[in-house]
Design a protein around this ligand. Structure first.
Ligand SMILES: [Fe+2]
Length: 432
């Protein structure tokens, strides 16, 4: 943490010399640094020499000049030395402050780097704990968050007195105050706002020294930032979980329309995922694709059961018209949800065919959005491999060969190839 201000003050020798030379010269004095002895004996008449110890600078000087002015000159030099020393103390204190701020800033940058890859609160907790441990050189520690349920994250638990640390974590959360116990354990509350403490950070012994006030300062900066980050992460996760529960109940409502297709949406999600992975989708793209796959038939919510349970050959033209409306009904239902805007084309186009003979708009090839082309393959594969009231399911080989036969006409050939190449046959056989 920089140089202590209690140590003797050292300023660059040439700067000190310049100041003292200028002052002494204007009074007719000569000044020497630590070389007074060499000059005695050669003194002209009326002149004297004196050695002055400037303890605060860790230096002594010799002053040679008019004897009658010597006392005043010596006093002035000591006074000047005191003033310079005071200024240097202030400079050092400022330097310490700057160093401290720099350390805090680089700590937060370091934590941001580590947090970059964290996708959930558990990984965020790990990144924060690692940063805290490295910042003070502790052997390990734990981070605890109390929400609807407690979440814990430990590093090097086996090296620590874990029960003691866990007790200290709970105590710190309740008392909302930092503490250092037995100079070995350091604990800080994670406070979001006055009176709102969401958890605590407890670190085990430092590997090389005991905890000092500088450690607490730097950890306080870290936990202040971490508390806000974890709280917003938790709120986001709660919101996301609410969003997915709502989606899940919509999907269950669709699946419940026809017991023979129960689980269809979930399986289409899984098959779409296989193709998405084969295409090298990033996690965010995979998430969107899976959401579109789960919701692709949500427009069937409004269709009568009698229509859904029948093979299309047995439907009247009017009924068939209704069936062909379900992609657009799905889009209309979901268009009110801002988070689903990007997947609406996939919902609306999942019955389009690669050759342009599909519905509702008869668009073809790459005019059909990629997600819709993927879902079309996954949807048909699941329909073929499931028992229906009006027919038995296809064997896996027959279903795959059907996909191949319709590759280029009904389906995008590249996606069919990817699906066939990547599907794990054993897993599918077990599930069906
Ligand atoms: Fe559909």
């Amino acid at each position: 943490m920089g140089k202590s201000i209690n140590e003797s003050v050292l300023i660059p020798a040439d700067r000190l010399r310049k100041i003292l030379y200028a002052m002494a010269g204007s009074w007719g004095f000569e000044i020497g640094f630590n070389d007074a002895a060499d000059r005695r004996g050669k003194l002209p008449l009326g002149k004297s020499t004196r050695v002055i110890e400037l303890d605060r600078f860790g230096q002594s000087i010799s002053l040679t000049g008019p004897a009658d002015l010597m006392d005043r000159m010596a006093d002035s030099i000591v006074q000047l030395a005191d003033t310079i020393s005071e200024q240097e103390r202030e400079n050092l204190s400022l330097t310490e402050e700057i160093v401290e701020r720099y350390q805090q800033l680089s700590l937060l940058f370091d934590m941001s780097d580590r947090l970059g890859a964290a996708r959930d609160n558990q990984s965020r907790m790990k990144a924060i704990l690692e940063t805290a441990i490295d910042a003070v050189g502790a052997e390990g520690g734990c981070l605890m968050i109390k929400g609807s349920q407690e979440q814990w994250c430990w590093i090097n638990r086996e090296k620590l007195e874990s029960e003691k640390l866990a007790r200290l974590a709970s105590k710190t959360m309740d008392h909302r105050k930092h503490s250092v116990e037995e100079n070995r354990h350091c604990a800080l509350p994670l406070t979001v706002s006055l009176g709102n403490t969401i958890g605590s950070l407890v670190l085990g012994p430092k590997t090389k020294a005991v905890y000092r006030s500088g450690d607490i300062k730097i950890l306080s900066t870290l936990v202040a930032y971490a508390a806000l980050l974890l709280e917003s992460g938790r709120l986001y996760e709660d919101l996301e979980s609410l969003f997915f529960s709502t989606i899940k109940s919509m999907i269950e409502a669709v699946d419940a329309k026809d017991p023979s297709t129960r689980g269809h949406s979930e399986r289409v999600r899984r098959y779409s995922h296989i193709i998405g992975e084969g295409l090298g989708f990033k996690p965010d793209e995979l998430k969107s694709l899976e959401l579109a796959a789960l919701l692709h038939d949500v427009g069937k919510i409004g269709l009568p059961d009698i229509i859904l349970n029948n093979e299309k050959e047995y439907l009247s033209e009017n009924q068939w018209e209704l069936v062909r409306m379900h992609p657009e009904i799905g889009v209309a239902i979901l268009s009110h949800v801002a988070q689903l805007k990007s997947i609406l084309p996939a919902i609306g186009q999942h019955h389009e065919r690669f050759d342009g003979q599909g519905y509702p708009n008869g668009i073809d090839g790459e005019n059909i959005t990629l997600f819709a082309r993927i879902i079309a393959v996954a949807d048909s594969f699941d329909a073929m491999t499931m028992n229906r009231t009006y027919r038995s399911r296809f064997s896996l080989d027959k279903a795959l060969s059907e996909l191949s036969q319709n590759s280029g006409s009904q389906f995008d050939p590249q996606l069919v190839n990817l699906f066939i190449a990547n599907i794990n046959k054993t897993e599918i056989m077990l599930d069906v």
